[in-house]
Design a protein around this ligand. Structure first.
Ligand SMILES: Cc1ncc(COP(=O)(O)O)c(C=O)c1O
Length: 412
């Protein structure tokens, strides 16, 4: 475990938990994280999240709480909100209380569609998220959920989105996904939503950091409501956030609390405030540019060595590899990669014939390794290793190279 005073205290007080956490520190520092939904937040963010304010109950919103002694919680939440709106310029209101991306989506959908209302989102199999109306998610059980897919090349087909929206006349149209590597035309989505009288909800959980830095097009000012997580490219603590137009904000706020949650996790809100402060610095834009360049380069290197990339490349931090032609499963490559020291995840590709725990795809992301300082040379090495693993080389062969990279590029 790191040498901060909290860890030595924990070692003295609870050796068992300290040992588990030490193991996680070791796992992260000796592994390269290429999971697209993960990143390494700063020690300042982690310090805020482990602060004493974790003890505080603060049901309600700043200056309107159901508990006394909330002046610090008020100050922190207001700071996080103001920084969020500065970061995503054009956002009229921010709710920083959602515990997670899923809670943010559930709260926003209840607010906009109402219980049992009809929603239309991208299917999980096409690259959407469970919380966009999948049958196993409450969003698929509590709403009348319909879905759209992608075309043969893996891209969103706006004509198909329009057809599905016209046919089903939803109250909410959702734009955004978990394994979609291309920019989304939010203006076209807004036009479709307007035509059928739906709200447009954009879920930017994945590219939020790239959007905050202005390196990919953003739905702020276009979508009625924007939901996100704060822990992926945005590089903050685990949590969610909702940005909304002023006229939707009241509904959204009461849907988050008391609708979907009780007391906010003020320690996480403090961590969000720190992360937003970091994201407002010029270095953050440079970081996001490198994330995007590294992903484009990773896709190019993999394709150059014969692997198929869904949509042929990427516009953001995600690279989705189609393994069908090599005839190896995503699950098998995930296991080999772990043995080599790479943390990746199997992922369905559009039209995947294999079940979700097996899959024919591999989703890679460059946010975490770019935080460690990776540039083109290191990405090229990673690509070589992935190609080797996909083609069946012994993972042990790559372990020393991965270890060398981990040592040269330590965690923040
Ligand atoms: C697009 C999208 N929305 C929502 C979520 C859910 O976030 P959480 O895991 O914080 O519930 C994810 C998580 O990966 C996501 O990719």
């Amino acid at each position: 475990m790191s040498n901060d005073p909290h860890s030595s205290l924990l070692r003295q007080q609870d050796a068992e938990v300290a040992a588990w956490l030490h193991r996680e520190d070791k796992r992260q520092s000796t592994t390269l994280t290429l999971i697209a939904s993960e990143n390494h937040c700063s020690s300042a963010v982690r310090a805020a999240c482990s602060s004493r304010i974790t003890d505080k109950y603060a049901e309600g919103y700043p200056n309107r709480r159901y508990y006394g002694g909330c002046e610090v919680a008020d100050g922190l939440e207001e700071l996080a909100r103001q920084r969020a709106m500065q970061l995503f310029a054009g956002a009229e209101e921010a709710n920083v209380q959602p515990h997670s991306g899923t809670t943010a989506n559930l709260a926003a959908l209840v607010a906009l569609a109402g219980s049992g209302g009809r929603i239309v989102g991208m299917a999980l199999k096409a690259g959407g998220h469970l919380s966009h109306g999948h049958s196993k998610s409450h969003t698929g059980m509590l709403f009348d959920a319909r879905q759209y897919g992608v075309d043969g090349s893996g891209r969103i087909d706006l004509d198909e989105v329009r057809r599905v929206a016209r046919e089903h006349q939803p109250k909410v149209l959702i734009a955004g996904g978990s394994s979609y590597a291309r920019n989304i035309d939010y203006r076209a989505f807004a036009e479709i939503a307007r035509e059928v009288g739906a709200f447009l909800m954009a879920d930017i959980a994945h590219p939020a950091g790239l959007m905050a830095a202005g390196v990919v097009p953003s739905p702020i000012g276009i979508a009625d409501v924007v939901t996100m997580t704060t822990h992926k490219t945005l590089r903050g603590p685990r949590g969610g956030m909702i940005l909304a137009r002023k006229d939707c904000a009241k509904l959204i706020n009461s849907s988050v609390f008391p609708g979907a949650q009780g007391g906010p996790l003020v320690q996480q809100i403090a961590g969000k405030a720190v992360a937003f402060g970091e994201a407002l610095r010029p270095e953050f834009r440079a970081y996001q540019e490198r994330v995007k360049d590294n992903a484009a380069w990773l896709a190019e290197c993999l394709a150059g060595q014969g692997l198929d990339i869904v949509t042929g490349g990427t516009d953001n931090h995600i690279v989705l590899v189609d393994l069908r032609r090599v005839d190896v499963t995503g699950a098998a490559v995930e296991e080999r990669a772990l043995a080599a020291g790479l943390s990746v995840n199997k992922n369905a590709i559009p039209g995947d014939p294999r079940p979700p725990m097996v899959t024919s795809g591999l989703r890679l992301g460059t946010a975490a390794v770019t935080t460690r300082g990776f540039g083109k040379d290191e990405i090229a090495k990673v690509a070589e290793i992935i190609v080797g693993l996909v083609r069946g080389s012994d993972p042990e062969r790559f372990r020393p190279v991965v270890q060398g990279l981990c040592e040269r590029f330590p965690l923040p």
